[in-house]
Design a protein around this ligand. Structure first.
Ligand code: HEM
Ligand code: HEM
Length: 221
């Protein structure tokens, strides 16, 4: 039988995030005129990650942190094969990579706001912080942050391919259609029109928050 695992807001969040992060890496490397798009993608990633953090409390059952964030001892037991996990939702190891990705993207986008290439482009909040912060944030953004994001995305996609080849487990179709085939009944994520409107309202507020930050950034230092 089929069960709704990923509600539409989670799926839209995911694929938009994947497009934006790819766009960020490409425009960051091209630099020059592409930086205008780098900034736009960056603001969108900020709003998306903020949305996902709220949706981790307000979203469908399997999108909530309470359904997949586990104690470290539980994760270790899972890795050692001493604990199995539900085949629905994120497994304990996958959950760690979700949190690492969201956390690093938030820090990387935050650093971008105060990064500066000392020639043509400056993040919108550069004038609001001390120079030493700008130097540190730019170094982080172009080294640890950049390679960290690339490594986590490679690990993420590698893990999905591994599950497909080694465990014959197709994780991609559910992230696309929302549904998973299960043998026994499990809780479903509610994905009604009302929940989707709620998600849109939350996403709108996150967008407004980023916009307010940028409006403040444009005021005199
Ligand atoms: C830059 C690219 C990408 C980023 C930043 C990214 C990020 C994420 C994040 C944050 C989640 C957690 C979803 C949530 O609970 O909200 C996730 C899950 C997932 N992603 Fe990606 N993703 C990327 C690319 C891809 C690609 C290309 C694929 C397909 C091959 C993919 C397939 C999946 C799947 C199947 C899941 C659910 C995993 C599970 O069942 O536990 N992702 N991704
Ligand atoms: C998670 C989101 C982001 C990712 C993955 C990302 C990635 C990158 C990459 C790969 C580069 C090129 C680094 C290099 O030259 O080696 C770069 C440069 C840069 N990014 Fe981002 N970026 C993100 C968000 C942002 C945001 C939100 C802003 C500002 C609004 C920003 C501002 C900059 C600036 C100013 C540079 C030029 C730094 C320099 O060349 O010294 N980035 N970014």
């Amino acid at each position: 039988m089929k069960v709704r695992v990923w509600d539409l807001p989670t799926r839209l969040f995911h694929w938009l995030l994947a497009v934006c992060v790819t766009g960020l890496v490409v425009t960051g490397e091209i630099a020059g005129d592409a930086m205008a798009w780098h900034f736009r993608f960056g603001y969108l990633v900020l709003a998306l990650v903020l949305f996902r953090l709220v949706w981790g409390f307000a979203g469908g059952y399997w999108s909530r942190f309470s359904s997949f964030v586990r104690r470290p001892s539980h994760v270790v037991a899972y890795i050692r094969g001493r604990k199995s996990s539900s085949s629905v939702g994120h497994n304990p190891l996958g959950a760690l990579s979700v949190l690492a990705l969201l956390g690093l993207l938030l820090v990387q986008a935050g650093a971008g706001l105060i990064s500066d290439d000392e020639v043509l482009v400056s993040g919108p909040l550069v004038a609001k912080v001390p120079n030493a912060w700008v130097t540190a944030a730019t170094t982080f953004h172009t080294t640890v942050g950049k390679f960290g994001v690339l490594a986590l995305v490679a690990l993420h996609i590698g893990a999905i391919v591994w599950y497909r080849l080694r465990k014959n487990d197709d994780l991609v179709t559910p992230m696309w259609t929302g549904d998973k085939d299960v043998l026994e009944p499990v809780a479903a994520s509610v994905d009604s029109a009302a929940r989707r409107w709620t998600a849109l309202a939350i996403a709108g507020m996150c967008g407004l928050g980023v916009w307010a930050l940028l409006a403040w950034a444009a005021t005199a230092p």
